[in-house]
Design a protein around this ligand. Structure first.
Ligand SMILES: [Zn+2]
Ligand SMILES: [Zn+2]
Length: 110
């Protein structure tokens, strides 16, 4: 995995997250996995990027994180959903940027 920051948006931003309602403060703050609620340490946490949320009084950001297992499962689900909707994948999946971005995350989660 390249260690330099890439100029393109993180593929992790493509992963759909659960609704914030019903999550603990720790999950919303990124101290615990957004999916399973396990406490995270920086070495194992997967950063899911800045997420903007709309509220009646404006927009606010959260910086959710996940454990590797959950991030991997989410990537597998996202790939499955993606395959049904992407013209590029029907045409030639190896050229699809979204697919090639999500696949390593899906593999790491296994
Ligand atoms: Zn988790
Ligand atoms: Zn695709």
């Amino acid at each position: 995995m390249p260690s330099e920051a890439s100029t393109t948006a993180s593929p992790l931003l493509l992963l759909p997250l659960p609704a914030l309602d019903g999550l603990s403060q720790e999950q919303v703050r990124g101290a615990a996995c957004i999916w399973c609620g396990v406490r995270l340490v920086t070495t194992t946490a997967v950063d899911l990027g800045e997420r903007r949320h709309r509220r009646l009084d404006g927009v606010y950001s959260t910086f959710p994180r996940a454990c590797r297992g959950c991030a991997g499962e989410a990537a597998v689900r996202a790939l499955r959903d993606h395959a049904g909707q992407c013209e590029q994948c029907v045409d030639d999946a190896s050229l699809c940027e979204i697919r090639t971005a999500l696949e390593p995350i899906a593999r790491e989660g296994r």
